[in-house]
Design a protein around this ligand. Structure first.
Ligand SMILES: [Ca+2]
Ligand SMILES: [Ca+2]
Length: 444
């Protein structure tokens, strides 16, 4: 999952769509691997929608032409979106369909979110709920209009710009959690063990710090090493233009963020090894991001998140390229958080834990109550069974006596004998008519 500039995404799409040339459809292949598509996930939650919209737009010859000649400014100021009015009818129909699918997907997302937060009682007002998704126009849920394209482009551009900042923030939280857990672990040990663990941890840190010199990203030393070791070329013959072309892997004449980040692998492998306990691969990816940002800041003069050959060549003429400052790795600098931030983070964690504890306690009490109720019901059931057994016994005895009496009477004068009711009635009235329910217990 990686941030990808939108204009790059737009231009990349060109390679995957069949185009008409001399009346015969032709498939234009990407110059190198055709796995670009897979690698180009923007990491946005509406990535698929974004891609499909662009793919459909690319099938329209007019829009396709506009897309190829549009510059970043045209895309940002909405001039490109206006071209939507001129695309063919079947393209519009397909876009409408994509939008309806996206709206329906977002509705499902909303429903799942509401279900999980137990707020289903809230009346679902879809238009206002859909407003929280900025990449489409919620007021018109059936057709795809210029407004939708404008919003999609503007949101994707903004989200991609914030992407790095969010990743840094995520990394900071990761590091604070790691430190928090380390401290808690040490606290749980007795003094002797704690000191031993602290020594071991310090040795690990020391081991991690031992590595060959890391070249400053974007410097001649760094590129030369890639040139020699990855490309297998003579370092004496280093040529910036050839180097640029070699590493523009999709051959679009630009170095994008991924192509640039790939150049740092050699440096990062000097410091991080997946098999080592002391090397944290999450930190390695943060380091890669820092390196890319450093180079982009210095080289990408028009801030389109892409390096053109011209920008690249200009950077090689600068002093920093030939005699760069020493590169400070993440571990060479202070932690990415301050002690105060860590304390706030720990307080937040504690609050969350307390909340979980409270919920667990409520559940425990409810379970206890249910158990008690179960016991009471069981006792009532037993009492009822006993009483029924008693009732049965009395009835049987009554019948026995009656039979004896009947035999006796019929032996004397064969007279019809009435069922002796009084005694039975007394017995009946001493028994409960129904099983006792929710009555106070009075078992002995
Ligand atoms: Ca490229
Ligand atoms: Ca640029």
């Amino acid at each position: 999952m990686r941030g990808v500039p939108l204009c790059l995404l737009l231009s990349l799409q060109v390679w995957s769509v069949p185009i008409e040339r001399d009346g015969s459809p032709q498939e234009v292949q990407p110059p190198l691997e055709d796995k670009q598509e897979e690698n180009m996930d923007t990491g946005l939650y509406y990535d698929r929608y974004l891609r499909e919209v662009i793919e459909v737009l690319e099938t329209d010859p007019h829009f396709r032409e506009k897309l190829q000649t549009a510059n970043t400014e045209d895309i940002k100021n909405g001039r490109l979106s206006k071209e939507l009015d001129l695309v063919g009818h079947h393209v519009r129909t397909r876009l409408d369909e994509l939008k309806r699918q996206e709206v329906s997907r977002l509705r499902m997302l909303l429903k799942a979110k509401l279900d999980s937060t137990n707020t289903q009682s809230v009346q679902m007002d879809h238009v206002s709920l859909l407003k929280q998704f900025e990449h489409l126009d919620p007021h018109n849920q059936n057709t795809f209009e210029a407004k939708d394209l404008e919003l999609l482009i503007a949101t994707a551009t903004k989200d991609l710009e914030n992407y790095d900042a969010e990743r840094h923030e995520e990394f900071k939280r990761y590091e604070m959690l790691k430190e928090h857990e380390r401290r808690e672990y040490l606290k749980s040990l007795d003094q002797e063990k704690r000191e031993k663990e602290e020594r071991r941890m310090e040795q690990m840190r020391e081991k991690h710090r031992q590595h060959p010199k890391v070249n400053a990203p974007g410097s001649i030393d760094q590129f030369r090493e890639v040139w020699e070791e990855t490309d297998g070329l003579d370092p004496e013959e280093f040529n910036p233009k050839t180097f640029f072309k070699l590493h523009d892997t999709n051959g679009d004449g630009l170095l994008d963020e991924q192509e640039l980040e790939a150049l740092f692998t050699k440096e990062l492998e000097k410091v991080y090894n997946m098999g080592n306990e002391e090397d944290d691969m999450v930190e390695m990816e943060e380091e890669r991001l820092r390196m890319r940002e450093h180079v982009m800041n210095n080289v990408d003069l028009n801030h389109d998140r892409l390096i053109s050959l011209e920008e690249f060549l200009r950077s090689t003429e600068r002093k920093e390229f030939n005699s760069p400052k020493e590169w400070q790795m993440l571990d060479d600098t202070k932690p990415v958080y301050t002690e105060a931030e860590l304390q706030r983070f720990e307080a937040e964690l504690q609050e969350k834990e307390a909340e979980l504890g409270r919920r667990a306690e409520t559940l425990r009490q409810e379970q206890e109550l249910l158990k008690e109720r179960g016991k009471a019901l069981e006792a009532q059931r037993k009492e009822y069974q006993q009483e029924m057994a008693l009732r049965q016994k009395i009835k049987e005895e009554g019948e026995q006596k009656f039979q004896q009496k009947k035999q006796k009477t019929s032996g004397e004068n064969n007279q019809e004998v009435k069922v002796p009711g009084k005694q039975d009635e007394e017995i009946q009235s001493s028994l409960p008519a129904e099983p006792p329910q929710n009555q106070p217990l009075h078992t002995s």
